[in-house]
Design a protein around this ligand. Structure first.
Ligand code: 5CA
Length: 422
């Protein structure tokens, strides 16, 4: 992609209202633009990152046998009256009336719709286990939308819903999601910490939040430092048994972890999983015939990931004072190609044409060298190929690793070979 033809509205100055680094950089690097409080438009560069995150999640969910659907964002209030949550959910719900006077709402979550989706068609234990997911926009009228996409009012979530015939089955589904979440977050270059959590308005009695460590996180995590070792093994039972909690769940009186072994850090919640038995299936009459011929309510769980929040969370985890440092797995482009002067256009064009255009963002603008360098550092593509005057006589370009800052001179052909995936 050529910057000259692209839409990349970067900002030089940090916006005064943006308090945390990910909010500042996502505005400055032209990833998002605020349309209303807590509501954002996704600009081309930000959308590419969002799609990459989505695709990692989609790939791992599919590999775990979870099936993708797409449920609506506007929901009828009648389903929430059936589950009994309509009046309890509170002010975070955006109420809508349609032209017939029916109560509708913009979905803050989808337990009711998911339960309704399967209740007429799944009738036997033989149809279970079943786990469905979708990636859909939510609306929660947060009291204090802040920190950009980290706490929006409109935000993108991956939410999955599992249906099982009994508790053992539901626990398997829950553990599978726990394990899948670890894989998903690791693939994004993150180190997740799973903490036991409160179930809040979703309900139930078993729940884990997944956090990443960040000074700007809104939660305080208390966890046994053995967690990191166990993360490697991906052994869910051991991970679930280790002491790891957030905020009010920490009780110094019952915490048996020796002081020197207990880590206390700020965290950002990027995912949350719940087991809540028949909380929805019972009032909504979603039952199946069990193996011994009884009519039983399905055991359900739900599993959320903050897809749009992850864009902010990843920036919090990977940046420096010059800008973002995207992990390759989610980077909007892998390479930034910088043409430093008109005289080297031929060489820079040659490199651009030899590589895949959707992997390279080519700065072919006429701006100053300083502007080009700082813009490329700000948007944080993992690699930079810098074409300066050495390209003319010596056939040499510079290849810079954005994360380490290391710069290496290479022959043009060598650089093409190094990055070619054609
Ligand atoms: N139905 C369940 C799981 S499917 C649910 O709604 N869980 S949740 O409330 O914990 O949300 C799931 C994830 O969405 C959270 O872990 C968080 O990463 C993200 N999220 C929640 N609220 C917001 C928000 N206001 N802005 C951005 N992301 C959010």
């Amino acid at each position: 992609m050529r910057i000259f033809k692209y839409y990349l509205p970067t900002l030089k100055e940090k916006p005064a209202h943006a308090k945390i680094i990910s909010h500042q950089y996502s505005l400055r690097a032209g990833l998002i633009k605020q349309t209303a409080s807590g509501i954002y438009s996704w600009l081309p560069l930000g959308l590419l990152v969002l799609k990459n995150i989505e695709n990692i999640i989609r790939d791992e969910m599919n590999k775990s046998g979870v099936i993708e659907v797409l449920m609506p964002c506007v929901q009828p209030a009648s389903l929430w009256r059936e589950s009994g949550r309509y009046d309890d959910y509170g002010k975070e719900m955006l109420h809508i009336k349609d032209r017939h006077g029916s109560d509708m709402l913009f979905g803050p979550t989808h337990e009711e719709v998911a339960t309704d989706l399967i209740r007429d068609t799944v009738r036997s234990y033989k149809d279970l286990p079943l786990c469905l997911y979708h990636i859909q926009w939510k609306f929660r009228d947060e009291v204090r939308p802040r920190y950009g996409v980290m706490r929006g009012r409109e935000f993108l979530m991956k939410d999955a819903y599992s249906f099982d015939v009994d508790y053992e089955g539901a626990l398997n589904s829950y553990n599978l999601m726990y394990k899948t979440y670890i894989k998903i977050f690791k693939r994004m270059g993150l180190t997740p910490i799973g903490v036991r959590a409160d179930t809040g308005p979703i309900g139930g009695n078993l729940s884990h939040e997944f956090h990443i460590l960040a000074n700007t996180g809104e939660s305080t995590l208390y966890y046994d430092n053995k967690f990191s070792e166990l993360l490697e093994s991906e052994d869910v039972e051991s991970l679930k048994n280790i002491y790891a909690v957030a905020d009010d769940m920490h009780d110094p009186k019952t915490c048996l972890v020796p002081q020197e072994q207990l880590n206390v850090s700020k965290g950002i919640e990027i995912g949350h999983i719940f087991y809540f038995g028949d909380k929805y299936s019972k009032p909504m009459k979603a039952s199946v015939t069990s193996q011994d011929g009884k009519n039983v309510n399905m055991h359900m769980g739900s599993y959320g990931i903050g897809v749009s929040r992850l864009v902010g969370a990843i920036i919090e985890a990977f940046h420096d004072d010059k800008g973002i440092i995207w992990p390759e797995a989610v980077a909007p482009f892998r390479i930034g190609l910088i043409n430093l002067q008109t005289k080297v256009t031929e060489a820079a064009d040659k490199i651009y044409k030899a590589l895949k255009s959707d992997e390279v963002l080519y700065d072919d603008t006429e701006g100053s060298i300083g502007v080009k360098f700082s813009r490329m550092d700000l948007i944080g593509l993992p690699w930079q190929i810098i074409v300066g005057k050495k390209a003319i006589n010596e056939n040499i370009v510079e290849v810079k690793n954005r994360a380490t800052g290391e710069v290496k001179e290479m022959q043009i052909e060598e650089a093409i070979n190094r990055f070619s995936t054609k």
